[in-house]
Ligand binder design. Structure first.
Ligand code: ZN
Ligand code: ZN
Length: 283
């Protein structure tokens, strides 16, 4: 079920992600080397530690992104035997589907334990790839936070002596300031990368916090909106359900084996299964 190879749909977003990751590494390397030259007349050692940390975060994020798009959570090739309690019928796929399964009209397939369709990576977040989605968010957040912290000092020094309004305008509208000739290309580049880091950090951290809450509560996004907690088996079992048996280690290395305890078709519930209203399977 997992590892179906690269889909054409996923190739472009992953390449764009790789380009942005490489751009962040190059920019940070430039900043670190510049600091090394300007902070002291004495030759300083090459900044191996911060650069190594950034490479680890970016590499981890990219590998998690690759595994996220290749570990398909769909029902294709999965034996769906019979229709038990809580099962539904997908009129598009013309088959019975298990509880928590949902049809994705972007992927044009039913997805096991479907959470949502990730537009940025062109893949659904579901049973097989939830782990990689979470780890991608974590490492992206940390890499972007690293970029933000490093760039704050650089932007401040680039803009030293400038009017406060000019500083604010440069950070909010760097393209406009460049086109008006108010700043040079170096100041523009630093401000642009800083903005991208701040926006990306807020975006990925917000998603990470929300999905951490869902994982701990044993819910999908749809179940959270509906207030459905019938699959909540306690935080430890809930984390094991989505991150695998070694849920406490998967955050460090994407290729660490952590088998999922279930099959994505049957799920334990607290007490008798709550009967849900007929689903349209269009969410
Ligand atoms: Zn379907
Ligand atoms: Zn989808």
């Amino acid at each position: 079920m997992a590892g179906r190879g690269w889909g054409r749909r996923a190739l472009v977003p992953v390449c764009v992600g790789a380009f942005l990751g490489a751009a962040l590494v190059v920019e940070v390397l430039a900043v670190l080397l510049q600091r090394r030259r300007t902070e002291s007349e004495e030759p300083r050692p090459f900044p191996l530690l911060p650069l190594g940390a950034l490479l680890f975060l970016v590499g981890n994020a990219l590998e998690n992104a690759r595994r996220f798009v290749t570990a398909s959570p769909s029902t294709r090739g999965v034996m769906l035997a019979g229709a038990g309690q809580g099962w539904d019928y997908c009129y598009t796929c013309q088959t019975h589907v298990p509880p928590r399964c949902g049809h994705c009209f972007a992927c044009n397939v039913c997805v096991l334990r479907r959470d949502h369709h990730c537009t940025l990576l062109g893949q659904c977040v579901g049973y097989q790839n939830y782990r990689y989605f979470m780890c991608l968010l974590l490492h992206s957040s940390l890499a972007l936070l690293f970029g933000c912290v490093l760039n704050v000092g650089v932007v401040a020094s680039v803009l030293q002596g400038g009017h406060p309004a000019q500083t604010i305008l440069l950070l909010v509208l760097p393209w406009l300031m460049l086109l008006m000739g108010q700043v040079d290309i170096v100041a523009f580049c630093y401000a642009f990368v800083t903005d991208a880091c701040v926006v990306g950090f807020l975006f990925s951290t917000g998603f990470l916090l929300f999905h951490s809450l869902l994982a701990v509560r044993g819910q999908t996004t749809k179940e959270w909106f509906e207030g459905d907690r019938q699959y909540d088996m306690g935080w430890r079992d809930n984390l094991r359900e989505v991150l695998g048996e070694r849920w406490y280690l998967v955050w460090f290395l994407p290729f660490l084996a952590s088998p999922l305890p279930g099959d994505g078709i049957t799920f334990k519930t607290k007490g008798p299964r709550a009967e849900s209203p007929p689903r349209s399977l269009r969410l």
